[in-house]
Design a protein around this ligand. Structure first.
Ligand code: TXA
Ligand code: MG
Length: 325
C-alpha cells in the first residue's frame, strides 16, 4: 500500500486530523464517529461549532450506516454520480455525533472519487468528517501546497494527491423535504440531477439551514474583489489604473493590446479557460495566487449566467461580497 495512505489511516484511527485530497477540494478529515476527533477540525479551521460537516464514505453500501429513511431518489443519484462531487442531505442515523450534524436531524454524505482518498476510506472502513481544508471563510485549497499555506503545522498530516480535478466544492442536494432542493451549486448541475430523477429540483428559496458555504461572504480572498462584465472590463481597468490602483485581473479574455506596455506592478492579467469545467479547475488556484500579490483590487470578469457556470458564478459572487460575513 502507498505509504501516505497507510500513514493517514494510522493517524485517523488514533483520532488525529489529516488533510486529504478529493476531486473537488482538499478536505480536513477526522473519524466521523469520534466527536473529540471532529472537534479538532473546528479548532484548526477556526470554524464556529454548529456548522455541520460532510461525512465521506467509500461507497453507497455504507449510506445506511449514517442515514435513515433513505429515499429511492438517493440511490438513483448515487448510482449516477458516485463516486463524485455530489453531497446528499439525509435524515441522520441516531449514533451520528452532534458535532458532525450541527445538532440537526440531518447529515450530509458524500463519496469522493479521488483514488487516494478512496483507498484511505476503504482501508479505514468508517466515515470521515471533512470540511474543506481552509481557515474559516477563506478560499478552499485545491493542492497540498495550498493546504500547507492555510493550516501550516496545525494539521497532523497532509496527504498529497496532486491538484484537484474539479476545483470547486461538491453540489449539495437536500433530500429530506417534499422535493429535492439544491443547497449549494456544484459542477453536477441541478439539470444533471433532474435528468436522473425526472422531477424538478428546487433552487434555494426557503431559508437555507446552517450551510456555512451559504453565508453571504465565503470563499473570499483578502484582497477586495469586484466582478465586472466583459463589456466593461477594459474601461474599468483603465479607470482604476488612472486612480493609481494596482490590479490583479482574472479574465476570460487575453490581455488587451492597450495594456501590453504596462508594468507588472500596475497590472497582472491572468486568462482563465473559456469552458466552465476547465475554468472551475483553475479558479481557486488563480485566486489564491493573485491574493498573495497584495494588489489594491482583484478584478474578476463576470462569467455566463448559464447552468453549467452556476457553481462558478455563485463562488465569484461570494468572493466579491463586501458586507459583513
Ligand atoms: O466538495 C466538498 O464538499 C468538500 C470536500 C472536502 O468534500 N467539502 C466541503 O465541506 O466543501 P465544507 O464543510 O467546507 O462545506 C460543506 C457544506 C457546509 O456548508 C455545511 O454547512 C453543509 O455542507 N452541510 C453539511 N451537513 C449539512 C446538513 N446536515 N444540512 C445542511 N448542510 C450541511
Ligand atoms: Mg468550506
Amino acid at each position: 500500500m502507498n505509504n501516505q495512505i497507510e500513514q493517514a489511516v494510522v493517524l485517523l484511527r488514533q483520532g488525529k486530523v489529516v488533510a486529504i485530497p478529493t476531486e473537488t477540494v482538499y478536505g480536513l478529515a477526522a473519524d466521523a464517529s469520534n466527536a473529540k476527533a471532529v472537534e479538532k477540525i473546528f479548532k484548526i479551521k477556526g470554524r464556529p461549532i454548529g456548522h455541520p460537516v460532510i461525512v465521506h464514505i467509500a461507497d453507497s453500501s455504507q449510506l445506511s450506516q449514517w442515514a435513515i429513511d433513505i429515499p429511492q431518489d438517493a440511490y438513483k443519484l448515487t448510482k449516477a454520480f458516485w463516486p463524485g462531487p455530489l453531497t446528499l442531505i439525509l435524515k441522520k442515523a441516531r449514533f451520528v455525533p452532534d458535532i458532525v450534524t450541527g445538532s440537526q436531524d440531518t447529515v450530509g454524505i458524500r463519496c469522493p472519487s479521488h483514488p487516494i482518498t478512496q483507498a484511505i476510506l476503504k482501508e479505514f472502513g468508517g466515515g470521515l468528517a471533512a470540511p474543506s481544508a481552509n481557515r474559516f471563510g477563506r478560499i478552499s485549497p485545491t493542492s497540498a501546497q495550498a493546504v500547507k499555506e492555510e493550516l501550516g503545522d496545525n494539521v497532523d498530516f497532509i496527504v498529497d494527491g496532486g491538484p484537484c480535478e474539479v476545483g470547486v466544492e461538491s453540489t449539495i442536494l437536500d433530500l429530506t423535504g417534499k422535493n429535492p432542493r439544491l443547497l449549494r451549486p456544484g459542477m453536477i448541475s441541478h439539470q444533471d440531477i433532474e435528468k436522473v430523477l425526472h422531477k424538478p429540483v428546487e433552487l434555494g428559496g426557503k431559508k437555507i439551514p446552517r450551510v456555512s458555504g451559504a453565508l453571504p461572504k465565503h470563499y473570499a480572498p483578502e484582497t477586495p474583489v469586484v466582478l465586472i462584465s466583459s463589456d466593461n472590463l477594459s474601461h474599468f481597468v483603465r479607470n482604476q489604473l488612472h486612480k493609481k490602483k494596482s490590479l490583479a485581473v482574472l479574465s476570460l479574455q487575453a490581455l488587451p493590446f492597450i495594456f501590453k506596455k504596462l508594468s507588472e506592478n500596475q497590472l497582472i492579467w491572468h486568462t482563465l479557460p473559456e469552458d466552465a469545467k476547465n475554468y472551475a479547475q483553475k479558479l481557486y488556484e488563480k485566486m489564491r495566487a493573485l491574493d498573495y500579490l497584495n494588489r489594491d483590487l482583484m478584478v474578476i470578469e463576470k462569467v455566463p449566467e448559464t447552468a453549467e457556470w452556476l457553481a462558478i458564478s455563485d463562488r465569484l459572487k461570494r468572493a466579491a461580497h463586501t458586507g459583513a460575513p
